[in-house]
Design a protein around this ligand. Structure first.
Ligand code: NAI
Ligand code: MG
Length: 355
C-alpha cells in the first residue's frame, strides 16, 4: 500500500523536527515491506508570505485535498503577525478538510518525572478529544459602541447538533477501544445556560447508544482541578474547542512539556486528508541551534500510522520513543540532556529497528 504525504515543514524548528520524523517513516518502510510513502513538500511558511503576500497559493487547499495525510511542522516568525501565519494556513486546512477531531494523548513516558511529583507514569495515560471546527472559535460576533463608556464586544459560541453528535460518537467509540471504558465530558452548563445545556442534552442522547461506557460530566473548572488531583481516573476526555485547547496545554505540562506533545487533526471519515503536527510552535528562541526535541513530531507520526490503519506500527514508534527516553542516555536540553535534534532522532530510529 502506498500513502501520499503532503509535507509542510513551516518555519523555525518546524523543518528541523520534520526531518527526524521523515527518517522514522523511512524506517517504517524498511520494517514493513508492504508500506510505501510518497512525499511532496510545500514551502508554505512566513518566507513564502513575505514573497507572495499569502501563506499558501490561492488553490492551496485544492492541491492538498487528494493526499492521504498532511504532515505539518510549525509556522510562525517574528516578521509576520501570528494571526496571519496561523490563521491563514492551519485553520483553513482544519476547517476545509473537516478535521473535526483534535486528538491529543496525555501520557507520561517511562523515565520521566511529572510536575505532579506524586504521580507515576501509569497514573498519567489518557487522551483528550477536542472539537476542532466550531464552538468558541467561531468568527461570529462583533464590536459596538466604540468611543463610549459602554463599548463592548460579543463573540458567539456555536454549538450545533451535527458537530456535537459527531465528536461525541468519535469519543465514545475511542473509549470503547480502551481499558477503563469511561468517557469524561467537559461542560459548564451551570453558568452557560444556552449552549452548554444543549451540549449536555446531546451527551445524554449519544451516551444512550453506549450504555456500557461510564459517562462522567464535569464542569470545566472542576475538571481542570481533577486533571491535577486525580488524573489516573481518566481514559478519554472530550470537550469543545476552547475547553479542549486549555485542557490539552495543561495536560502537556503535566507530562513533560511541549517538546513531547503530539496531535492529530483528524477527519475520521477519511474523505479528506487528516493532518499531524506537534502541538508546539516554531520556537524562534531555539530555531537553528539544532536542539529542538523531535519527539512531539515523531509521536505525531505514530498517531498518523494509527489513523492509516496500522496501530501496530504506531505502537512500535511510540515504544521506540519511550525506550530511548527511559534509557535516558540521549536527551535534548528540554529533558535535561545535551543531545541535539538529530542524535535524538537517530537514537529513536535505531531503537525502532531493534524492537
Ligand atoms: P512555541 O511552542 O514555539 O515555544 C514555546 C516554548 O517552548 C519556547 O521556549 C520553545 O523553545 C519551547 N519549545 C517548543 N517546542 C519545543 C521543542 N520541540 N523542543 C524544545 N523546546 C521547545 O510557542 P511560542 O513561542 O508561543 O510561539 C512561537 C511561534 O510559533 C509564534 O509565531 C506562534 O504563533 C507559533 N505557533 C505555531 C503553532 C503551529 O504552527 N501549530 C502553534 C503554536 C505557536
Ligand atoms: Mg494551542
Amino acid at each position: 500500500k502506498t500513502y501520499s504525504v503532503a509535507v509542510i515543514p513551516g518555519d523555525g524548528i518546524g523543518p528541523e523536527v520534520i526531518r527526524e520524523s521523515l527518517k522514522v517513516l523511512k524506517t517504517v518502510e524498511e520494517i514493513h515491506g508492504g508500506i510505501r510513502f510518497t512525499y511532496d513538500t510545500f514551502d508554505w511558511n512566513c518566507a513564502y508570505y513575505l514573497k507572495h503576500g499569502r501563506m499558501m497559493p490561492e488553490n492551496g487547499l485544492e492541491i492538498l485535498k487528494d493526499y492521504d495525510v498532511i504532515l505539518f511542522g510549525a509556522v510562525g516568525d517574528p516578521s509576520v503577525p501570528d494571526h496571519i501565519s496561523v490563521w491563514e494556513l492551519i485553520l483553513p486546512i482544519r476547517r476545509e478538510f473537516q478535521q473535526y477531531v483534535n486528538l491529543r494523548p496525555i501520557k507520561l513516558l517511562r523515565g520521566l518525572e511529572s510536575h505532579l511529583r506524586y504521580k507515576n507514569h501509569e497514573d498519567l495515560d489518557f487522551i483528550v478529544v477536542r472539537e476542532n471546527t466550531e464552538g468558541e472559535y467561531s468568527s461570529m460576533g462583533g464590536r459596538m459602541h466604540s468611543n463610549t463608556p459602554h463599548e463592548m464586544a460579543v463573540q458567539n459560541n456555536v454549538i450545533t447538533r451535527f458537530g456535537s453528535e459527531r465528536i461525541l460518537h468519535y469519543a465514545y467509540q475511542l473509549a470503547e477501544q480502551r481499558s477503563k471504558q469511561r468517557l469524561t465530558v467537559a461542560t459548564k452548563s451551570n453558568a452557560i445556560n444556552h449552549t452548554m445545556t444543549f451540549w449536555d442534552e446531546i451527551v445524554k442522547e449519544v451516551g444512550a447508544d453506549y450504555p456500557h461506557i461510564d459517562t462522567e460530566l464535569y464542569h470545566i473548572d472542576a475538571l481542570a482541578a481533577y486533571f491535577i488531583l486525580k488524573p489516573e481516573t481518566f481514559d478519554v476526555v472530550v470537550g469543545g474547542n476552547l475547553f479542549g485547547d486549555i485542557l490539552t496545554d495543561l495536560g502537556a505540562a503535566m507530562v513533560g512539556g511541549l517538546g513531547l506533545a503530539p496531535s492529530g487533526n483528524i477527519n475520521p471519515e477519511k474523505n479528506y486528508p487528516s493532518m499531524f503536527e506537534a502541538i508546539h510552535g516554531s520556537a524562534p528562541d531555539i530555531a537553528g541551534k539544532g536542539i529542538a526535541n523531535p519527539i512531539a513530531q515523531i509521536w505525531s507520526v505514530s498517531l498518523m500510522m494509527d489513523h492509516l490503519g496500522h496501530p501496530d506500527l504506531g505502537k512500535l514508534i511510540l515504544d521506540g520513543i519511550e525506550e530511548v527516553v527511559a534509557e535516558g542516555e540521549v536527551r535534548t536540553p528540554d529533558l535535561g540532556g545535551n543531545a541535539g535534534t538529530e542524535s535524538m532522532g537517530n537514537a529513536i530510529v535505531s531503537k525502532i529497528k531493534e524492537l
